[in-house]
Every structure is written in structure tokens, then in C-alpha cells.
Design a protein around this ligand. Structure first.
Ligand code: CTP
Ligand code: MG
Length: 227
């Protein structure tokens, strides 16, 4: 059975504050989105990549990957979850029972991490890459005074890719959106329905490029991957 990768790439990159959406900023010989797509398209287990773009995106067609035979595009939505749902609408669950959702803004994804999350997902009912927290965690109501220190040993940061059964994820995301739940990743939509989601410890270099300082950091991490 087939595995399809879904790539939400319809964001505006507000926190990056560049003159174009961050996924189109230069990173390697490719822009951020180009590098992400190149890695997903090169993975032998991924049969197709569905990318959600902003309506009237003027940049995508210039990508080297734009006309790759394994690639399809759809129009994204207002929130990340809307964009993922738009991708899901283009996938037939009978042909592709599993999907792998991966942020355009995480171009450092490796084949090894993809393999690990897919394997764990198929061994259960879904899995995500995640990282344990390293800092001491404080809880504050007003952002000024600390109420308490939260034990960090059970806390994880959710990364992508996140891998789930196609039909179940579609149901979970549409229900969450219909009920106005705040959904910032796929796992949270599945958790709401009581689905067991497996944590897979991912690589530390799989950062989400979010702020200007993340660009030189990503380039350095890339140089370390290559050496
Ligand atoms: N995304 C999307 N559709 C949206 C919002 C975000 O497809 N309506 C995508 C982004 O393009 C990105 C991924 O979801 O690849 C993760 O989102 P984030 O890092 O927050 O990107 P932006 O929303 O573009 O950045 P910001 O929040 O700073 O505006
Ligand atoms: Mg965002």
C-alpha cells in the first residue's frame, strides 16, 4: 500500500518578517520548500507528495521540483489544519491508507527519521517525531510572575513528520475544526478522539525555520549533515 506525504506550505511566515513567505527564502541551491520537497520526493517509501499552497502563489512554479511526476498541489486554507485537510481531500484512503504530514518549514528532515516514524505508526495507530524538553519549565498566568515549575520529564515537543491512517486523520481534523478546537498538529486532533499516538524521538537538527536567526542555524546544521 502507498504512503503519501502531505506538506502544508500555505503560511505567510509572519514571524520571519521577510518580503515573501519564509518557505521561499533561499537555503541551499533550493529554497526552504524546495529542499523539503527534494528530500520527500527522493524517499523510496513515499509514492506521492501533495503540497498545499496559498491561493495565487506566484513563487511555486519556479521551483526545480514543481513539475516532478510524484508531486501534486492543492490550495491551502486559513490555518495549518485547513491546509492539511485540503491535502487530505486529494488522497484516496483506499489507495493510500497512510499519510505522512510534514511542515514545509522543516527542510532538515532525514530519511532515517522518516523511516522511524513510519515504522512506529504502522506498528500501532499513528506516530509523531518529538523531542524531550531540555530547559526547566515555568507556568505563569500573566507572563510576569511564576506560578509553578512544571516537571519536564513527561513533556515533549511535537515535531513533524506525523504519520496517521488517512481516513481517521481526515475525520479527526474535520471534527476538530468543526468544533472550534485549537489544533496545531495532527496528533492533537487524534488525541481528542482517544487515539493512541506513539512518540518517536527525532533528531535535534529537525528544526522548524520560524524566525530570522533560524536561517543561518539551518545552514550550519545542513553543513553538519553533509559532513
Ligand atoms: N501553513 C499552512 N497553512 C496555513 C498556515 C501555515 O500550510 N494557513 C504551513 C506553513 O507554510 C508551514 C507550516 O504550516 O510550512 C508550519 O507553520 P508555521 O511554521 O507557523 O508557518 P507560518 O504560519 O507561515 O509562519 P507564522 O506562524 O510565523 O506566520
Ligand atoms: Mg503559523
Amino acid at each position: 500500500d502507498k504512503l503519501v506525504a502531505l506538506v502544508p506550505a500555505a503560511g505567510i511566515g509572519r514571524r520571519m518578517g521577510a518580503d515573501k513567505p519564509k518557505q521561499y527564502l533561499p537555503l541551499t541551491e533550493h529554497c526552504i520548500l524546495g529542499e523539503t520537497l527534494a528530500r520527500l520526493l527522493a524517499h523510496p517509501a513515499i509514492s506521492e507528495v501533495v503540497v498545499a499552497l496559498a491561493a495565487e502563489d506566484p513563487y511555486f512554479d519556479d521551483l526545480a521540483q514543481a513539475s516532478h511526476p510524484k508531486l501534486r498541489t492543492v490550495i491551502g486554507g486559513d490555518e495549518r489544519a485547513d491546509s492539511v485537510l485540503a491535502c487530505l481531500a486529494a488522497v484516496n484512503p483506499d489507495i493510500a491508507p497512510w499519510v505522512l504530514v510534514h511542515d514545509a518549514a522543516r527542510p532538515l528532515i532525514t530519511a532515517g527519521d522518516i523511516d522511524a516514524v513510519v515504522k512506529a505508526a504502522r506498528a500501532g495507530q499513528g506516530a509523531i517525531l518529538a523531542a524531550p524538553l531540555v530547559d526547566t519549565i515555568k507556568w505563569s498566568q500573566d507572563g510576569k510572575r511564576i506560578e509553578e515549575t512544571v516537571p519536564r520529564q513527561h513533556l515533549w515537543r511535537a515535531l513533524t513528520p506525523q504519520c496517521f491512517p488517512t481516513g481517521a486523520l481526515r475525520l479527526a481534523l474535520s471534527e476538530a475544526l468543526a468544533e472550534g478546537a485549537s489544533i496545531t498538529d495532527e496528533a492533537s486532533a487524534m488525541e481528542r478522539l482517544g487515539w493512541p499516538v506513539t512518540l518517536v524521538k527525532g533528531r535535534n537538527d529537525n528544526i522548524k525555520i520560524t524566525e530570522p536567526a533560524d536561517l543561518p542555524l539551518a545552514r550550519w546544521l545542513l553543513s553538519q549533515q553533509e559532513s
